[in-house]
Design a protein around this ligand. Sequence first.
Ligand SMILES: *Cc1c(COP(=O)(O)O)cnc(C)c1O
Length: 387
Amino acid sequence: MRLAKRVEELPPYLFAQISKVIAAKKAQGIDVITFGIGDPDLPTPPNILNALHRAADNPANHRYPESEGLPELRQAISNWYERRFECSFDPEREALALIGSKEGIAHMALTLIDPGDVALSTDPGYPVYEIGTMFAGGVTIKLPLRQEAGWLPDLDAVPEDLAAKAKVLWLNYPNNPTAAVADFAFFEKVVAWAKEYDVSICHDNPYCDVAYDGYRPMSIFQVPGARDVAIEFNSFSKIYNMTGWRIGMAVGNGELVDALMRVKSNIDSGIPQAIQEMAIEAVNGPQDVIDEHNAIYQRRRDRIVETLRKMGLEVEPPKASLYVWAKLPEGIISGDFAARLIDECAVVVTPGRGYGLNGEGYVRLSLTTPDDQVEEGCQRLEEWRGF
Ligand SMILES: *Cc1c(COP(=O)(O)O)cnc(C)c1O
């Protein structure tokens, strides 16, 4: 078999490796507590499931869906952005449904990147941005993120020739894995920079409603003129506990949205319509679940932060996202630390190195672990005497 280079060069998917280690421990009868992947543990809310049950009985939903999503869904997405961010999008030209935002993110590179083209993303960062570019034959240059700079890239430090060459910049705030957030001034700078160098901005915003202590994350479209250069990916997954249903969205610049729609219409035939009905109910139905879920995550956050501090890690409680990002004591390698925790107390954390070189020295803990397991995991960590 002679596989394509793009497959042979794929790095192993971070969580696939971790899952193997967990499976091996479980096979030995060990009760593993995982703060690994960010996948809401609570079920999809009942009103959203009821929409699926109803929709399943409608024969119209048994046939091929439209690639771009039901007009009613695109309208609902547009209305949601209007209510949530006071930004309106033309549902026909500027909004698109995705098979989970990850699908749209991966395919987006095909709309912007020719072989040899340059994309910018961040280190650390969510790996899919880079993989999409690699599949399209492009090259990713990573902008370093550092704790001192609030894990925001310094666009002034991007060399002129690199900025002029880059076709796209990938950003994600609230951020996975660092839990950093970005303010208006940052996004304003991003938009001005993108216009100056003719770079498209892809902003990935799945945590826009997963936030604590009253903090309200932004959309890049709250910056005037962002629509000239940007597309924003968003998702029902994290906000409405819908990761398993695979549905997301993109809104923004009509040319970018149209290009993504044209790529997708040649690859997939859309999202099962019954699942689109769920998404419509998610954004049009009662929104109380958002605060209820955030209150649960906030309690877990506080418990985990307390534990990590007791262990001697440096950590700030995150304002948003599903993650606690903690700094290890000087000289401790994140992969070694994570491996020791699995071996010595059967607790899984994600090594920061998995998200890039600048993630070294940090670990990520997800807040999507059930309460009783959070408590058990924290107790094990507090009893661990590793350093
Ligand atoms: C979870 C996550 C996604 C993927 O969301 P889906 O809509 O479920 O595909 C995208 N980007 C980031 C940064 C994420 O953490």
